[in-house]
Design a protein around this ligand. Structure first.
Ligand code: NAD
Ligand code: UDP
Ligand code: UDP
Length: 329
């Protein structure tokens, strides 16, 4: 991979911080920015991220990996900050809700303080969860959302909502240059095996001939984007002149029951689809309106669900044989 790194002149090369860069999305962003020839620093506390996701860059002169919790201040010199640090899957962010809140509030203040001091630009990885269980469908950025402030998802949803508020307060009062991406469900290689999100759960269950667990009646919907499309969108947004929030997601919507069948068909095997207790406050439907991203970023998703899912199935097959292998040794 090293051989493909571009040579950028001093003028074009940026110093880029990626918080949460050892996680699923962050590590793909690291790869793209490293290959483009930038200097990349990752700050991660390895709560859900893994060194393995970025280990191929360790030792490269343009790369630095900091074991750092962003709830603590960070003083470094950078031009751009992609602020992704936060647990993202419901079981992970509900595991320690206070830590989730601290990461999204104090952590975001620290990154905005850093951006203010260095006069850099900060992109916040926000989420479609700011729309909560939406009454407007598909979701447009003008919609204010429908969030239960004291429910089990609140630590994440409200944490991201106030993180957005902080971005625009720093923009107004301190002239910090901010970008806000509202990311919809994303999947792909390097998702954590046990992170409990629907894509990893269903694929692993199907690969192991276990029951495919549909929470509730399965009529709730989601729209899934492949990780390389998201990375394109994040980079385009960061380098655009547009500072309002932008939805990044794939508008192709499926019920969770359909999605279970799609995965079962693609994987094969003998799994049965089984209904389980519904999750409290589970959003009933979700689909991005991406008019804004098309207009201001000239961005739309390119990878079809089938291609993305097949690549992810291959990834999880490898992960399973890797974990069986290490159990045997
Ligand atoms: P992930 O769990 O794989 O990555 C999150 C990373 O942040 C991990 O490496 C974790 O160790 C790190 N982290 C968590 N708390 C930290 C802290 N206090 N200090 C330093 N590092 C910390 O999740 P992901 O799917 O890659 O999500 C990345 C970002 O994108 C998150 O901010 C998430 O909210 C957002 N997002 C993701 C999705 C999705 O579907 N993947 C959807 C909407 C929003
Ligand atoms: N901060 C940081 N790195 C920096 C600059 C600031 O982590 O390079 C943190 C700092 O600890 C502070 C927060 O960002 O708590 C907010 O910074 P700001 O300048 O807004 O606040 P102040 O320092 O004035 O309280
Ligand atoms: N879900 C499911 N079975 C699982 C995991 C999730 O039916 O094993 C459902 C979940 O209830 C939700 C949807 O799939 O309706 C997406 O869940 P995920 O945790 O991936 O992300 P969310 O969009 O809820 O943050």
């Amino acid at each position: 991979m090293y051989h493909d790194v571009k040579f950028l002149t001093y003028k074009d090369r940026k110093r880029i911080l990626i918080t949460g860069g050892a996680g699923f999305v962050g590590s793909h962003l690291v790869d793209r920015l490293m290959l483009a020839g930038h200097e990349v620093t990752v700050a991660d506390n390895f709560f859900t991220g893994r060194k393995r996701n970025v280990e191929h860059w360790i030792g490269h002169e343009n790369f630095e990996l900091l074991h750092h919790d962003i709830v603590n201040p960070l003083y470094i010199e950078v031009d751009q900050i992609y602020h992704l640090a936060s647990p993202a899957s419901p079981p992970n962010y509900m595991y320690n809700p206070i830590k989730t809140i601290k990461t999204n509030t104090i952590g975001t203040i620290n990154m905005l303080g850093l951006a203010k001091r260095v006069r850099g630009r900060m992109l916040l990885a926000s989420t479609s969860e700011v729309y909560g269980d939406p009454e407007v469908h598909p979701q447009v950025e003008e919609y204010w959302g429908h969030v239960n402030p004291i429910g089990p998802r609140a630590c994440y949803d409200e944490g991201k909502r106030v993180a957005e508020t902080m971005c625009y307060a720093y923009k107004k009062q301190e002239k910090v240059d901010v970008r806000v991406a509202r990311i919809f469900n994303t999947f792909g290689p390097r998702m954590h095996m046990n992170d409990g999100r629907v894509v990893s759960n269903f694929i692993l269950q199907a690969l192991q001939n276990e029951s495919i667990t549909v929470y509730g009646d399965g009529t709730q919907t989601r729209s899934f984007q492949y990780v390389s499309d998201l990375v394109d969108g994040l980079i385009k947004l960061m380098n655009s002149n547009y500072s309002e929030p932008v939805n990044l997601g794939n508008p192709e919507e499926h019920t969770i029951m359909d999605f279970a069948r799609i995965i079962k068909d693609l994987v094969g095997g003998s799994s049965r689809v089984e209904k389980r207790k519904a999750m409290q406050d589970d959003p009933r439907r979700r689909r991005p309106d991406i008019t804004r991203a098309k207009k201001y970023l000239d961005w739309e998703p390119k990878v079809s669900l089938m291609i993305g899912i097949n690549r992810t199935i291959s990834y999880f097959k490898n992960e399973l044989s890797r974990s069986h292998h290490s159990e045997r040794n």
